[in-house]
Design a protein around this ligand. Structure first.
Ligand code: OOG
Ligand code: NI
Length: 266
């Protein structure tokens, strides 16, 4: 496991921009007058003991991150937690896991078959969180997963890596509102996730979020190379709580729609 927070995020970022060609362009567009501060990153996994949420979380807990919120997504059959670092300038981390046992016998058998192919030692290696796929996958299996769960298909195709980075709008000198950010993105030709409206949340819930639709990149399956949605970029504006500090949690009804930024049939 990494011992240095910055080294871990730098490695996650390098992998993420390889998966997400638009991210470097968005980063450039928004960072004209200064560095970008990341609000959070997100990772996805299956709730199988070898690779569950806790296994991913251990990589962050070992460098000081603390579990700070629990979320449930009943329709998508997902659980999630978010983690915070004592140094509040470090990105928050949102980790979700698919409740595999709530799906068909076929999906369970497929996912167990993928996870069995991972070398156990790989899950605690320095690079696990940006190590990608550890298994063979053919297009038929990908399509079968997709029919039951967009999320399952995404993890099967991409494995372990940041699903998105999130720009903190609070720290962008040139933008006051999320609408200004969205307008700049659309004017530059980026496509936003409109599920539930382009802006998820509101000042009332202390968090507004928007995201691009995931890029499509060529992915190698065992039988073909196919363009499928990879990763996306998110934008978050946080509001102060009664105590004056910015809200640091997530909003499940908004997150539910952010997940759809990697949908294939969007
Ligand atoms: C996570 C979706 C939720 C947020 O900021 O609410 C999320 C995912 O797509 O893996 O990131
Ligand atoms: Ni997010």
């Amino acid at each position: 496991m990494h011992t240095n927070v910055n080294a871990l995020f730098e490695a996650l970022w390098q992998d993420y921009i390889e998966m997400t060609p638009s991210a470097a362009k968005v980063h450039q567009l928004l960072s004209k007058n200064g560095a970008i501060i990341n609000d959070h990153i997100a990772l996805r996994t299956f709730n199988i003991a070898k690779v569950n949420l806790e296994v991913l979380a251990a990589h962050f807990e070992s460098i000081g991150y603390v579990a700070s919120g629990d979320y449930k997504f009943e329709a998508k059959k997902l659980n999630a937690k978010h983690f915070e670092h004592p140094d509040s300038t470090q990105p928050k981390v949102f980790i979700s896991e698919l409740l595999v046992d709530e799906f068909s016998e076929e999906l369970q058998a497929t996912v167990n078959g993928l996870i069995e192919q991972i070398d156990h030692a790989a899950t605690t290696a320095d690079n696990f969180l940006y190590s990608g796929r550890h298994w063979q996958l053919d297009t038929k299996t990908y399509e079968a997963l997709l029919a039951e769960s967009e999320y399952a298909a995404w993890v099967a195709a991409f494995g372990y890596r940041a699903n998105h980075f999130t720009v903190s709008i609070n720290h962008l000198p040139d933008y006051e509102t999320i609408f200004e950010v969205n307008d700049a993105l659309k004017a530059a030709g980026f496509v936003l996730n409109a599920a539930g409206g382009e802006v998820k949340g509101s000042a009332d819930v202390l968090l507004e979020q928007s995201s691009t639709m995931a890029d499509r990149i060529p992915v190698s399956f065992s039988d073909a190379v196919v363009n499928i949605p990879s990763c996306f970029y998110e934008f978050a504006l946080r509001y102060p709580q009664a105590d004056g500090k910015l809200y640091t949690g997530f909003v499940a009804t908004s997150a539910d729609k952010i997940f759809e930024s990697t949908n294939v049939n969007a």
